[in-house]
Write a protein that binds this ligand. Structure first.
Ligand code: NAD
Ligand code: IPM
Ligand code: MG
Length: 360
């Protein structure tokens, strides 16, 4: 039987709560589709600082290196904000993981589920019904990884992008567009930033290799506005590291909640890191009310990109959709809801199992 080895790094805050649901789903779907998931958990982020004094212990990194993929929860929270910036969970675990494995390509697929389009914060000003956007975010360059500094009276961050870095993420966006609706909107601030001028030049050149794909350039400020005004205008959104971080949270909110948006961080091999786009949500951690959908959909992306188990990935996505359509949602989506994190996980597991029985 095919066996996939997965490093499970649940992290902090709601991370362990939503991870538990994703593992349940992986178990039922692997049984159904006839493969095995061998998962091994390790500490990361604040939880690892508390236990080992560092956010990414060598043992955790070693587990990741021995695995086919990483299923990541989320890291960070108020408990660790007084640490020196470079030792904080996000900077000292997630960013090094992305860099170590050269995970330059971050895919964040955001779509609105028809059943609760009216619950979107945009309703009724804008119909977001039908929104289906793939945010392709550059993940290992830009201002996140440039030189930083701090003196008593000032601080600086620097942003550098090389032609190669822009080329490789641009190709991913165009390839994705050919399999979707043949449109790429490239986001920049070319009226101000030198890196954005280069970004625009390189993207325009690569676009010539894809004559069937429409390219539009859009400034980040306008894009932030157009996403709210007309989300259906977009197909593939090509962003640098910082702009993609910001716009992907916006896409999640338009879709209904940050708790819905999964992500895949890839490097061109089968290996990948999969995590919700949102964070550790300290404001709701420990209450059993976090939305596990982003974590569960991240597990589906893991099966698709790292394991090649497309049918299993689709089965999870269909079960999620069916569950949401039945109104089984957490309160981030419907404030009247009394469903718990566990209820959502169980409903998705049942939706997968029910189909199994129906097909038997
Ligand atoms: N990948 C990651 O590990 C990751 C990503 C983003 C933020 N963070 C970290 O998380 C911590 C908290 O950051 P923040 O509050 O700015 O952002 P956040 O994404 O954790 O939360 C923002 C808001 O969205 C809500 N939310 C997020 N995910 C949810 C879910 N699954 N279900 C229901 N509601 C959800 C939260 O309750 C909160 O109101 C910080 O330390 C931040 O750096 C980590
Ligand atoms: C936690 C943080 C470093 C991270 C980022 O900015 O990339 C997060 O916001 C995300 O969107 O994955
Ligand atoms: Mg973010």
């Amino acid at each position: 039987m095919k066996t996939y080895k997965i490093a499970v790094l649940a992290g902090d805050g709601i991370g362990p709560e939503v991870m538990q649901q994703a593992l349940k789903v992986l178990e039922v779907v692997s049984n159904k589709f006839g493969f095995a998931i061998q998962s091994e958990a390790a500490l990361v982020g604040g939880a690892a600082i508390d236990e080992h004094g560092e956010a990414l212990p060598a043992s955790t990194l070693d587990l990741c290196k021995r695995s086919d993929a990483i299923l990541f929860g989320s890291v960070g929270g108020p408990k660790w904000t007084n640490l020196p910036p470079a030792q904080q969970p996000e900077r000292a675990s997630l960013l090094p993981l992305r860099k170590t494995f050269d995970l330059f390509c971050n895919l964040r697929p955001g779509k609105i589920y028809p059943a609760f389009a009216e619950l979107s914060p945009l309703h009724p000003r804008t119909s977001s019904q039908g929104m289906d956007i793939l945010c392709v975010r550059e993940l290992t360059g830009g201002i996140y990884f440039g030189e930083k500094g701090r003196s008593q009276d000032s601080a600086f961050d620097t942003q550098t992008y090389s032609v190669k870095e822009i080329e490789r993420i641009t190709r991913v966006a165009f390839e994705a567009a050919t399999k979707r609706n043949n449109k790429v909107t490239s986001i920049d601030k070319a009226n101000v930033l030198a890196t954005s001028v280069l970004w625009r030049e390189v993207v325009s050149r690569i676009a010539k290799d894809y004559p069937g794909v429409e390219l539009e350039h859009m400034y980040i400020d306008n894009a932030a506005m157009q996403l709210i005004r007309a989300p259906k205008h977009f197909d593939v959104l090509l962003c640098d590291n910082l702009f993609g971080d910001i716009l992907s949270d916006e896409i999640a909110a338009i879709a209904g909640s940050l708790g819905l948006l999964p992500s895949a961080s890839l490097n061109g091999s089968n290996f990948g890191l999969y995590e919700p786009a949102g964070g550790s949500a300290p404001d709701i951690a420990g209450q059993g009310i976090a939305n596990p959908v982003a974590q569960i959909l991240s597990a589906a992306l893991l099966l698709r990109f790292s394991c090649g188990e497309e049918a299993a990935a689709r089965a999870i996505e269909a079960a999620v959709e069916q569950t949401l359509e039945r109104g089984i949602v957490t309160r981030d989506i419907n404030p009247q809801s009394t469903y718990s994190t566990d209820d959502i996980g169980n409903a998705i597991v049942n939706a997968i199992s029910y189909k199994e029985n129906a097909g038997a």
